[in-house]
Write a protein that binds this ligand. Structure first.
Ligand SMILES: Cc1cc2nc3c(=O)[nH]c(=O)nc-3n(C[C@H](O)[C@H](O)[C@H](O)COP(=O)(O)OP(=O)(O)OC[C@H]3O[C@@H](n4cnc5c(N)ncnc54)[C@H](O)[C@@H]3O)c2cc1C
Length: 370
């Protein structure tokens, strides 16, 4: 078990900050970097040791996710997808499927998870992808959109509907006949995360490609994967906040205007205090959620939604503040705060938008605090 956080970070610290800007500009992560981290099990470090994984607790994996997120949100997004795929297999797969698939995900194979469709965004009950049983096989037809990491993935876990309207999560090899992966053109943030639309035209697979045999409630499949994704995104937002806090503080301490450092002007100092408060609040919310995961607390679901909501809002606000503090220096493509600003905004949309998170939190409050 990789307990040593410093060792973990050393594995990604060879990635210099400048590289992330280059990747963002190119809209592409180097395949060699992904395969190397993947082969070390670092893209889904929670996978248990029994399956060849790092077996990290949620708390340690979360700090590692934040560290990756502070360097490169695109790489962190790929980590989130890989972790979400591994978690879905671990929760929904049969013992044989777990034994077959999880070792592959910690030895270099890359995976993505596809729920969203043109007409099913926040409302995943509108998923239309069809899965038809045909003897020992199944046939998939549908259209997925914005699947993170699909451009790099070997496997995409596709969530769809069976003929009896129950759900199924199907492990689809991207080289299966009938699968078309088309990159999302020009995403505004996380530009190198390999977002793609995935088309499925009469994709024929063995029936055992369905995790757990299929037939689960669609909502259960979605919430299982999303729970992991939410916490991973939340920790990624903590990383964005830490990168922004570092850049804004350094700039404010060294840039002089009106005869003194920017940090000594009270209005700028106020920005730094807000950014620090946001980073601390998001960190505490994520730590709490990870504690719930590690102890199996019943607060896991609401704690995770809370962490995602608090962290995504804080990251979007904090990145905007960091751009403000750095002024024209940060208003350049490739500057860490510019990238953070574009990346952080998208975190308010994905894995349950701010509004969907608010609805879930309000429902919890009404159910428990009256
Ligand atoms: C960077 C990025 C990565 C993504 N990665 C993946 C991925 O890996 N896999 C995948 O399947 N999908 C992925 N998605 C898709 C993502 O899950 C959806 O974008 C998200 O669920 C929101 O859906 P939508 O964009 O269709 O917006 P809509 O659902 O159309 O919502 C638009 C706006 O309306 C609000 N809204 C909607 N319903 C309500 C309501 N009932 N009450 C109040 N407000 C409401 C939303 O909060 C939002 O602000 C990704 C998207 C992005 C941008």
């Amino acid at each position: 078990v990789a307990e040593d956080f410093a060792d973990l970070c050393a594995a990604v610290d060879t990635l210099e900050a400048g590289q992330a800007a280059d990747w963002d500009r190119a809209g592409l992560l180097p395949e060699a970097v992904l395969r190397k981290l993947g082969a070390e099990g670092l893209l889904c470090p929670e996978v248990p040791v029994d399956y060849g994984g790092q077996g990290l607790s949620s708390a340690v994996a979360g700090e590692f996710t934040a560290h990756v997120g502070s360097l490169c949100s695109s790489l962190r997004s790929v980590m989130t997808s890989q972790g979400m795929a591994a978690w879905t297999i671990a929760r929904m797969g049969s013992p044989a499927q777990r034994a077959d698939l999880l070792p592959r995900l910690v030895h270099g194979k890359l995976a993505a998870v596809a729920f969203s469709e043109p007409e099913a965004g926040s409302d995943l009950s509108a998923i239309r992808t069809r899965i038809r049983r045909d003897g020992e096989q199944i046939v998939l037809d549908g259209q997925k959109v914005w699947t993170t990491a699909a451009c790099y993935a070997d496997l995409v876990i596709v969530v769809g509907r069976l003929e009896d309207e129950t759900g199924a999560a199907v492990v689809v090899p991207v080289d299966a006949p009938g699968v078309t992966v088309r990159p999302v053109p020009g995403p505004s943030g996380c530009r190198a995360a390999g977002h793609a639309d995935v088309r499925l035209d009469s994709v024929r697979l063995p029936a055992d490609a369905m995790l757990g045999g299929g037939g689960q409630p669609l909502a259960l499949l979605c919430t299982t994967a999303l729970a992991f994704g939410r916490l991973s995104v939340a920790w990624g937002c903590v990383g964005i906040l830490r990168a922004c806090l570092g850049a804004a503080t350094e700039h404010a301490a060294t840039r002089h205007q009106f005869g003194k450092p920017l940090a000594e002007h009270q209005l700028v100092a106020g920005h730094l205090a807000e950014l620090y408060s946001d980073e601390q609040a998001a960190s505490r919310a994520c730590e709490h959620a990870s504690r719930c995961w590690d102890t199996g607390s019943t607060d896991l679901v609401v704690g995770t939604v809370l962490a995602k909501y608090v962290s995504a809002r804080a990251a979007a606000r904090g990145a905007a503040t960091a751009v403000q503090v750095t002024g024209s220096a940060g208003a350049l493509e490739g500057h860490v705060v510019d990238r953070a600003y574009r990346d952080a905004k998208l975190m308010e949309i994905i894995e349950g938008s701010n509004e969907i998170s608010q609805l879930m939190l309000a429902r919890h409050v009404v159910a428990t605090r009256r």
